[in-house]
Design a protein around this ligand. Structure first.
Ligand code: NDP
Ligand code: MG
Ligand code: MG
Length: 340
């Protein structure tokens, strides 16, 4: 079994006397900044003028342009969208990386795929919560936490791992468990998880189920409840107690149906495709496509995004949720998972 670090295993002193600059104040940024501050860490925020700047100010932070924040801090946590990071890094962070500082990420993409190449005399590590930012914040305020990963890419000070663990503890991750990984493993598993299972696989499954019922003449509202709404209730049971507890809670009829139908839905063919997806990730093919798509201002991303928003599942879902005000939509973010 892998070593899992909990609060008692981690000495938080490694952040003492250091200023942490949180660059970006979105889904992850606001959560890290607030959790660290409430844990007693000296936090400043680095941003451009805009919506996030106002929000960070309202939340009581000293906010600076990115370069000034990077200059003032010993630990620089980059929580910008992955596709923006290389440009902002070149323009405003690189010049402030004096020896012994720490450059930190919440996802390994840009380091692993060489889009950011830091100088060799700084620490480079990641602290990646395995959950969306708004949960990193909410669970912290409830006395709990979202599990996290740490990885050291460069250890210039000899203390990179200890600083990473202290950071993970102060955002609440060590309440749930912190695992050590590498940039390669974090990047590849994170991309695979969101593509094959969490986001890509699940959306495609929900859509195909909905379409099958509607095409067979069933009411779209019933198809929505059956294939999307109920999914949360089932996933909550898995989260609490694995497949075992989910199956304990559903009827025996549902469980027998699960055993019979599951392997007909996810077949050897599906698994073969999963391996091909993983292969594209490992060989940098996915990264290359995404980097190019951004350089071209996202023509394909935008076209698919528009088509998806008009899918009948989304149209009927919007109407039904209007009538269920208790189904709150998080205002933090569209719900990136790490994922995200
Ligand atoms: P968001 O998109 O939620 O937030 C981005 C922030 O960066 C905003 O505050 C935005 O401010 C700011 N920003 C964007 N462009 C610039 C710029 N050019 N200069 C200065 N500030 C800028 O990002 P996420 O929190 O989703 O992602 C951050 C990192 O965390 C990524 O590496 C991601 O992979 C990782 N991660 C994300 C997870 C998640 O739950 N979302 C989960 C785990 C890891 P403005 O208001 O001005 O646009
Ligand atoms: Mg049922
Ligand atoms: Mg991700």
């Amino acid at each position: 079994m892998a070593k899992v670090y909990y609060n008692g295993d981690v000495s938080e002193g490694f952040l003492n006397g250091k200023t942490v600059a949180i660059i970006g104040y979105g889904s992850q940024g606001h959560a890290h900044a607030l959790n660290l501050k409430e844990s007693g860490v000296d936090v400043i925020v680095g941003l451009r003028q805009g919506k996030s700047w106002e929000k960070a100010k309202e939340d009581g932070f000293d906010v600076y342009p990115v370069q000034e924040a990077a200059e003032k801090a010993e630990v620089i946590m980059v929580l910008l969208p992955d596709e923006q990071q290389p440009e902002v890094y070149k323009a405003s962070i690189e010049s402030e990386l004096t020896p012994g500082k720490a450059l930190v990420f919440a996802h390994g993409f840009n380091i692993h795929f060489n889009q950011i190449v830091p100088p060799s005399d700084v620490d480079v590590f990641l602290v990646a919560p395995k959950g969306p930012g708004h949960l990193v914040r909410r669970t912290f305020t409830e006395g709990a936490g979202v599990p996290g990963l740490i990885a050291v890419y460069q250890d210039a000070t000899g203390e990179a791992k200890e600083i990473a663990l202290a950071y993970a503890k102060q955002i609440g991750a060590a309440r749930a468990g912190v695992l050590e990984t590498t940039f390669k493993e974090e990047t590849e598993t994170d991309l695979f998880g969101e593509q094959a299972v969490l986001c890509g696989g699940t959306s495609a499954l929900v859509k195909a189920g909905f379409e099958t019922l509607v095409e067979a003449g069933y009411q779209p509202e019933i198809a929505y409840f059956e294939c999307l709404h109920e999914l949360k209730l089932i996933v909550d049971l898995m989260y609490e107690g694995g497949l075992e507890y989910m199956r304990y809670s559903i009827s025996d009829t549902a469980q027998w149906g699960d055993f019979q139908a599951g392997p007909r839905i996810v077949t050897d063919e599906t698994k073969k495709e999963m391996k091909a997806i993983l292969d594209d990730i490992q060989k940098g093919k996915f990264a290359k496509g995404w980097i190019l798509e951004n350089k071209l201002n996202r023509p394909e991303y935008n076209a698919i995004n528009t088509a998806e928003a008009n899918h009948p599942l989304e149209v009927v879902g919007r109407e039904l949720r209007e009538m269920m005000p208790f189904v709150k939509q998080s205002k933090q973010k569209k719900g990136a998972v790490n994922h995200g």
